[in-house]
Ligand binder design. Sequence first.
Ligand SMILES: C[S@@+](CC[C@H](N)C(=O)[O-])C[C@H]1O[C@@H](n2cnc3c(N)ncnc32)[C@H](O)[C@@H]1O
Length: 241
Amino acid sequence: MNQATRDNSVWFQEWANEYDNTLGKVSRHHALLDLAVEVSGIQRDDKVLDIGCGTGLLSLKFLNAADCRITAIDSSPQMLRLFQEKIEKFGLTEKIRCLQISAEEMEFPSGQFDIIAATVSLHHVKEKGPVIRKIHEYLNDGGRFVLGDIDMDTTGRLDDPERLARILKYLTLELELAMREGGVQAFERMYDNGKKHILNDGEYCIGFDQWAELCRNAGFERVKTYSLKESGFFKVLVARK
Ligand SMILES: C[S@@+](CC[C@H](N)C(=O)[O-])C[C@H]1O[C@@H](n2cnc3c(N)ncnc32)[C@H](O)[C@@H]1O
């Protein structure tokens, strides 16, 4: 694990126990995951890779939609432990396997998956191009990459006031929502997280035009983006191999 991934992982380990009570309580987050599942075209017996699965909110929605098989990866052992507890509690050990590995370091055989999905996890990856190329390789022909994330370009100079204003617009909405739906605990966590967005400290968001270009450069043929009606800042992209 490289240094940046390790630092990131520490942050998520601290967050793990709170996750389902913070972002996991925000209705917009569930709407994003529901949209990702809806547009994925998931079918019975599909093989799915969930990158940055966290506590398993997305994987469980996939399983609820279709009797599929899921490989779930995350760099945080704490997040995976919480997910594993759910898997055992719900008797899903034959349907989901969890692996502690980062997106940067994952290795799978080519053409292995029907769907590779990632919700609000890949913006934590600094060098996105190589990861998107691996995703393309691990999908079978006709397979889909489904990305749900924040549509916000935080690249550029940290001392650029226009960049700051752009990020603050997003944070104003996000913090209001966190307070309304998750209370002070959610607000506090998202407030801390906001500084990481501003300083590009483990949060490296790009816009969906940039994601789409990375997908095309990796060899994906059809790329389509869906907007979340609950928030203009969140989108789901489906790229077909
Ligand atoms: C905001 S959570 C999203 C969890 C889940 N996908 C969801 O939508 O609820 C981000 C997750 O990505 C994981 N993560 C961050 N950087 C990662 C990386 N480089 N490789 C794999 N997982 C990563 C974190 O540990 C965390 O569990």
